[in-house]
Design a protein around this ligand. Sequence first.
Ligand code: FAD
Length: 446
Amino acid sequence: MTSEPGGGDAAAAATAAPAASAAQVARRGVVVIGGGIVGAASALELLRDGHRVTILEPGPPGGEQSASYGNGCWLSPMSVIPPAMPGTWRKVPGYLADPLGPLAIRWGYLPRVLPWLARYLLAGWTEARVQRTAHALRALLVDAPALHRGLAEEAGVPQLIERRGLMYIYRSRAEFEAEAMAWRVRANTGIRWLELDENELRQREPALDRRYRFAALVEEGGHCRDPGAYVAALIAHARERGADLRAARAAGFRIEDGRLRAVLTEEGDAIACDAAVIAAGAHSKKLAAAAGDRVPLETERGYHAQIADAETGPRTPLMPSDGKMSITWTDQGLRVSGQVEIAGLAAAPNWRRAEILRDHLLRSFPELPRDLPAERVRFWMGHRPSLPDGLPCLGPASATADIVHAYGHGHVGLVAGARTGRIVAQLLGGKPPEVPLAPYDPRRFR
Ligand SMILES: Cc1cc2nc3c(=O)[nH]c(=O)nc-3n(C[C@H](O)[C@H](O)[C@H](O)COP(=O)(O)OP(=O)(O)OC[C@H]3O[C@@H](n4cnc5c(N)ncnc54)[C@H](O)[C@@H]3O)c2cc1C
């Protein structure tokens, strides 16, 4: 059977597929599709287990085409709250009316995205559902800064991973208390934080605008000083360890008798292999279908603005409550990232959204100059790969267990990437995964 994008349901084939023998599992030829953080971490973990690895990535590893390049840099084990919460539905009409708010849906794209949006809102309908999602995310994220530090050390770039905590800042304690449900859910998953009053916040963040008067500091959080360089270093290290990097785009699979024989490329090549990992981020939907699974994967587009040689900024990465964005120092400058725009993969960026981020940053640090020359500010747009329930797809494909789904990490793909790589290697190595995979089942949307 040759399965191209849009290929049929092959759950039966997966059930019928003979399990790989121990010798076959021991050293397999694996094609990792996608060179973002998930593909890079998976490649390294697979190499560690002795597999032969080919990475398929059409762009430069860690390049601007990937979400892993321009994200907010947060390695936040406490990012367990799904994007939609109870009552979010009430805000949707406002979001639609205000194209410059923190969430925007392009009118033209609305009919196409309605089913996804309905599931997205339902997933956060009750606190109990939010709590379930939080537990499932926490299992992927716990200890993530240490896991990333381990990978960075191995790749010779330990300086890119820092652990200084992460801070949520509020205009008042009342504003923090208005988010009590989210913090209660976090506490129930074992997350702890320090509450800082105005005076303590001022001492820690002297350059921050005075309108912020309260903060919650999560000390277990870390950040990456340059996610693009980090991914590039992981892939360079994978190549040193024998991985082959091919500049090509996967288009489908050749599957025979329930076993994977080759990954097919858009260029018409067939790369012979025993196993494959779908880690193409927001571009994984067609490949998932080719592997027998229809998944409601969407892009939640996001933006960043970055100021080179910024005069001032935070000591700890910050998330202001009135902007839902992150402000973090990177090696290239002070980066502010955020915004959710539902407009599909093809629409042109709306740079006004990046300007909103820049302006919020300037308001948060009054000593930053208002008249920044254009060459000091860089804008970027990227695609968060998002399933409507806020959880990734991680597990064997229906067409054959030789293909593993590993995408859809939405807002937490950078931080979740390290453990995802380990789980991918465990699955393809025939070992029990280190966390229960039921919440991430690619078939859960049927
Ligand atoms: C503005 C913004 C801020 C964010 N902030 C954070 C944050 O602070 N912390 C956090 O943890 N997460 C954050 N995220 C989310 C995070 O960046 C993503 O979840 C994560 O980078 C996804 O990684 P990935 O490897 O799955 O996908 P990507 O990084 O997108 O990589 C996928 C790769 O697959 C390649 N590809 C596509 N199609 C094919 C094909 N057919 N064949 C081969 N290769 C293909 C692409 O070129 C791409 O390089 C943010 C995202 C955005 C947009």
